[in-house]
Design a protein around this ligand. Structure first.
Ligand code: UD1
Length: 423
C-alpha cells in the first residue's frame, strides 16, 4: 500500500511525454490471442492494468515478455482454459478475451469481470451480439460460458456504442464465417488502433472510427505482426489540466492532437491557451480558469475518463459549472474527497453543480478509482499545504509513475510506503 504526499502551490512548467494508451494496449493484447503467431508491440505503457492482462494471457498459455516499453507476445500455445474469478475481477478489460477466444477456439468460459468502481458494468450488449453470431451462451455461478461451433457474421445494432462490446464483436468476427456488421459502434480512437493491429495481422476490418464497422471473416491470420500503440489521450488530457490548474506552461509531447479536441475545446472555453503542434500540444494558463459546463458523451464528445480531472479544475474556477455524467451512473466518488479539500459541490442525480472556491486546502483523501485518483493529484497540486492521497494503486492502474512526471515539471509530490516499518 502506497500513498502520495503532494505539497501544492507550484506552477508546472517544462516538457513531458505521454505513454501508449491503456485503452488501446488492453484490447490489442487480448486480440493477440486470436493468432497462433507472434506480436511485437511498441510504446507499451508499464501500468498495473497491463501487468494484470499479462497474467491473464500467461494463464491461458501465451508467452509475454516486456522489454522496456516493448512487448513480445507468442500465442501459439494458448488454450481455452476457464478463467476464474480471482483473475477476471482484477481487471474489467479481461472481458476482451471473450471475443478473441471464441473466434479462435469456438468456446470460452470466463468469470464476470471486475474493474473500477464507477457503476454497474453489464455485459448484455456483448452477449446479445455473440448470440446473434450463433453462440450458445449460459450465465451461471458467476461465469459466462459460450460455445459456437457455427460462428457466423451477421448484422448487429448496438443499443449503445459500448467500447468493449464493439471491440469484442470486432474480434469475434475475425475468423467467423461471412461478414459481421456492427452498427452504432463506438468511435473511440482506440477502436481504430485495434482495427489497424487486426488488419496488420491479416484480418479484414474496415469502418473503425465511423459508426458502422464491417468485419469480413478470414480462414487464417498471419504469423507475425509489429504494431505501435497510439498515445494515451486521457493521460495527455490529465497533464493538460495539470498545466492549466497550476497556472503553468507545459509542452506535452507524443500526442495526436485530433484525439485531444474535446478536451482542448473545453480548456479554451475556460480561458486556457492551447497551442497545437504536429505531435505535441502546449498548455499555458496565467489567470484563474473560468467555470464551464460539460457533459460526458461517447467519442467525439467529452470523455467520461476525463470527468473527475476536469471537475477538480472546476472546484477552483471562477464561477459555477454544471457537470453531467451520461456514461457511468456512479462516477462521482471523487466528490466526497474533493469536498474534504474544501470544494463546494452539490450532487443531484447524475448532475454535479460546482461553485468555484478561491483555494483548496490539503487533506487526507483516498483514490476510489483510477481517474478519481488522478483528480485528487490535480487538486493537491493547487491546494494549500499537504494533501495525502491513499490507495495509489488505483492511479498506477493507468499512469506510469505519475509522480515522477509531475516532479520533473516542478511539482512537490512523493510516493511513500504505508507499511509500519517504512520499508
Ligand atoms: C471503456 C474504457 C473505459 C471508458 C469506457 C467509456 C477500456 C479498457 N475501458 O470501458 O476507460 O471509461 O470505455 O468510454 O477501453 N454497457 C451496458 N452493457 C454492455 C456494455 C456496456 O449497459 O454490455 C454500458 C456500461 O454500463 C456503461 C456504458 O455502457 O454505462 C459504457 O460502457 P463501455 O463503453 O462498454 O465501457 P468499457 O468498454 O467497459
Amino acid at each position: 500500500m502506497e500513498k502520495f504526499i503532494v505539497m501544492g502551490g507550484n506552477r508546472l512548467t517544462g516538457e513531458i511525454a505521454v505513454n501508449g494508451a491503456k485503452n488501446a494496449i488492453l484490447p490489442i493484447m487480448a486480440a493477440s490471442l486470436i493468432t497462433k503467431g507472434k506480436s511485437t508491440l511498441f510504446n507499451v505503457p508499464i501500468i498495473q492494468d497491463v501487468l494484470v492482462m499479462q497474467k491473464v494471457m500467461e494463464y491461458l498459455g501465451a508467452k509475454v515478455v516486456l522489454d522496456g516499453n516493448m512487448m513480445y507476445i507468442d500465442s501459439e500455445d494458448v488454450k481455452p482454459r476457464d478463467i476464474h474469478e480471482s483473475l477476471m475481477r482484477q481487471l474489467r478489460a479481461s472481458n476482451l478475451v471473450i471475443g478473441s477466444l471464441i473466434t479462435r477456439f469456438r468456446k470460452i468460459k470466463v468469470a464476470f469481470p471486475g474493474g473500477c468502481n464507477i457503476g454497474s458494468r453489464p455485459m448484455d450488449l456483448h452477449i446479445k451480439g455473440l448470440l446473434a453470431m450463433g453462440a450458445k451462451i449460459t450465465e451461471r455461478y458467476g461465469y459466462i460460458e459460450a460455445e459456437a461451433t457455427n460462428l457466423h457474421g451477421c448484422d448487429i445494432l448496438l443499443d449503445f456504442p459500448s467500447v468493449g462490446a464493439t471491440e469484442n464483436l470486432m474480434m469475434a468476427g475475425v475468423l467467423a464465417e461471412g461478414t459481421t456488421i456492427i452498427r452504432n459502434a463506438a468511435r473511440e480512437p482506440e477502436i481504430i488502433d485495434l482495427q489497424n493491429y487486426l488488419n496488420a495481422l491479416g484480418a479484414k476490418v474496415r469502418g473503425a472510427g465511423l459508426d458502422t464497422i464491417k468485419v469480413e471473416g478470414v480462414k487464417e491470420l498471419g504469423t507475425s505482426v509489429e504494431h505501435t500503440i497510439i498515445p494515451d489521450r486521457i493521460e495527455a488530457g490529465t497533464h493538460m489540466i495539470a498545466a492549466a490548474i497550476t497556472g503553468g506552461d507545459v509542452l506535452i509531447d507524443k500526442v495526436i492532437t485530433d484525439h485531444l479536441e474535446p478536451i482542448s475545446a473545453k480548456l479554451m472555453e475556460a480561458g486556457v491557451e492551447v497551442i497545437k503542434y504536429d505531435d505535441s500540444i502546449r498548455v499555458k494558463a496565467s489567470n484563474r480558469v473560468k467555470a464551464v459546463d460539460f457533459k460526458t458523451l461517447p467519442f467525439p464528445g467529452f470523455p467520461t475518463d476525463m470527468q473527475p480531472q476536469m471537475m477538480a479544475m472546476m472546484t477552483v474556477a471562477d464561477g459555477t459549472s454544471i457537470v453531467s455524467e451520461s456514461i457511468f451512473e456512479n462516477r462521482f466518488k471523487h466528490i466526497d474527497e474533493l469536498r474534504r479539500m474544501g470544494a463546494n459541490i452539490k450532487l443531484e442525480g447524475r448532475v454535479a453543480i460546482i461553485k468555484g472556491v478561491p483555494s483548496l486546502s490539503g487533506a487526507f483523501v483516498e483514490a476510489t478509482d483510477l481517474r478519481a485518483g488522478a483528480a485528487l493529484v490535480l487538486a493537491g497540486l493547487v491546494a494549500e499545504d499537504a494533501t495525502v492521497i491513499e490507495k495509489v494503486e488505483y492511479i498506477d492502474r493507468g499512469y506510469e509513475r505519475l509522480e515522477s512526471k509531475y516532479s520533473s515539471l516542478g511539482a512537490r509530490i512523493i510516493r511513500v510506503n504505508n507499511s509500519r516499518n517504512g520499508s
